[in-house]
Design a protein around this ligand. Structure first.
Ligand code: HEM
Ligand SMILES: *[C@@H]1O[C@H](CO)[C@@H](O)[C@H](O)[C@H]1NC(C)=O
Ligand SMILES: *[C@@H]1O[C@H](CO)[C@@H](O)[C@H](O)[C@H]1NC(C)=O
Ligand SMILES: *[C@@H]1O[C@H](CO)[C@@H](O)[C@H](O)[C@H]1NC(C)=O
Ligand SMILES: *[C@@H]1O[C@H](CO)[C@@H](O)[C@H](O)[C@H]1NC(C)=O
Ligand SMILES: *[C@@H]1O[C@H](CO)[C@@H](O)[C@H](O)[C@H]1NC(C)=O
Ligand SMILES: CC(=O)N[C@H]1CO[C@H](CO)[C@@H](O)[C@@H]1O
Length: 330
């Protein structure tokens, strides 16, 4: 009898230890509704300010989504991509014109509106994550609750982009390694690549695939030959200004059509085509391409965006809450 009671006490204590240590971990991680007490209207202000921008120009949703990807892969989701260069520092944004990141004016406007209601409370890193969620939803994408509580970093360095973001010429091994190094799974890779259901690319980024794939004036054999002819008509050699849709016809609608594009050998980047070179990613591509209305893609994407948004976050008293998203506080 006594042994049994002892055992029960032991179990109870073990349970408490587990619960307490989970609470401790929770203290450092993000939570849905982090601003519920400190800035109740935050999420409504963010949505209300974002909406008219996307209504007026739906094509802004894509670059904003891409901005979050770049933010989270370089130094974690700490708003580092939002910082302007200074006299002494070329920031991540500095490679903006080349990488064609845009939509920063939306973030800055949203931040100004939030600051008016609750000065110094809501981080730019959180604002970016919430704006992206709202923008994707407006393009008929999924809705997801965004865990918040991120703080803003004070460092942003242009040269960190190359080592942290996989280039569009990446093969599947490189893509998987890159995502794994950020704590993301192979499933996250294939699901998040589905972001290429919206938006566009400059011809210059993939023109090697059309005109000089292996340095012998050839075309990438993994690209559907008929599609290659079409692309060559749009993208002449040396063209650095023209853009083409990543998912032609639905570049303003967030849906699973990207996987059909990839399955047909029409993915724009080698990194898109590479999803056919691994059995797990290929299975996903093929099944999404084939599935009719009952696709799991939107639900999968919502989950993967939460994983993306968790990368390397800083919380608690680390970092700061920026007053303006393009500048660190004095
Ligand atoms: C898997 C590795 C990835 C590679 C190599 C890659 C590469 C690229 C490149 C080179 C562009 C074209 C840029 C331009 O010419 O303007 C692009 C566009 C885009 N990417 Fe990715 N990307 C990847 C993953 C992602 C992820 C994870 C997301 C978001 C979750 C994303 C969202 C987008 C969007 C929305 C666009 C269109 C941007 C626009 O219309 O301005 N990409 N990507
Ligand atoms: C946001 O917009 C809705 C609908 O127009 C309005 O009812 C609500 O009061 C607004 N909220 C804030 C915080 O601006
Ligand atoms: C500027 O660069 C230096 C050295 O690379 C770094 O320590 C500093 O934090 C950077 N400042 C910003 C705002 O990124
Ligand atoms: C994939 O790319 C990496 C790095 O770019 C390279 O080292 C590797 O050899 C490539 N793998 C294959 C199978 O081509
Ligand atoms: C094709 O690539 C090769 C090897 O990188 C390079 O030497 C050659 O100049 C390129 N040709 C053109 C037309 O760009
Ligand atoms: C991928 O292929 C390998 C070997 O062919 C197999 O062991 C593995 O189970 C496959 N994985 C998936 C997800 O199909
Ligand atoms: C960092 C980088 O790629 N910079 C390039 C941006 O684009 C201009 C013009 O095409 C190039 O001269 C830079 O080298």
């Amino acid at each position: 009898m006594a042994t049994l009671r002892l055992f029960q006490v032991f179990l109870q204590q073990l349970f408490m230890v587990v619960v307490l240590s989970e609470l401790a971990v929770d203290g450092q991680s993000l939570q849905v509704g982090f601003y519920r007490k400190t800035c109740p209207p935050a999420e409504a202000i963010i949505r209300n300010t974002t909406t008219p921008y996307i209504l007026e120009d739906p094509s802004l949703a894509a670059p904003l989504l891409r901005v979050q990807f770049h933010d989270c892969f370089v130094r974690g989701c700490d708003g580092s991509v939002l910082l302007d260069s200074t006299e002494n520092n070329e920031t991540e944004k500095a490679s903006g014109p080349n990488q064609s990141l845009r939509g920063f004016h939306v973030i800055d406007a949203v931040k100004a509106a939030v600051e008016e209601a609750c000065p110094g409370v809501v981080s730019c890193a959180d604002i970016l994550a919430l704006v992206v969620r709202d923008a994707v939803f407006m393009l008929k994408g999924p809705f997801w609750e965004v865990p918040t509580g991120r703080r803003d970093g004070r460092v942003s360095i242009d040269s960190e982009i190359t080592e942290n973001l996989p280039p569009p010429s990446s093969n599947i091994t490189r893509l998987k390694t890159s995502f794994k190094s950020k704590g993301l799974s192979t499933k996250d890779l294939v699901v998040l690549s589905g972001a290429h259901t919206i938006g566009r690319s400059h011809c210059s980024i993939f023109s090697d695939r059309l005109y000089n794939f292996s340095g012998r004036g050839d075309t990438d054999p993994s690209l559907d030959p008929k599609y290659a002819i079409k692309l060559k008509k749009k993208c002449k050699r040396g063209d650095v200004t023209t853009v083409v849709e990543l998912d032609p016809g639905s570049f303003k609608t967030f849906n699973k059509d990207y996987y059909k594009v990839v399955a047909e050998g029409r993915g724009i980047f080698q990194s898109d085509a590479a999803l056919l070179d691994d059995n797990e990613t290929r299975d996903y591509v093929i099944s999404q391409a084939a599935s009719a209305v009952s696709s799991t893609f939107l639900k999968d994407f919502a989950e993967a965006m939460i994983n993306l948004g968790n990368i390397g976050v800083i919380t608690g008293t680390e970092g700061e809450i920026r007053k303006r998203c393009a500048f660190v506080n004095f």
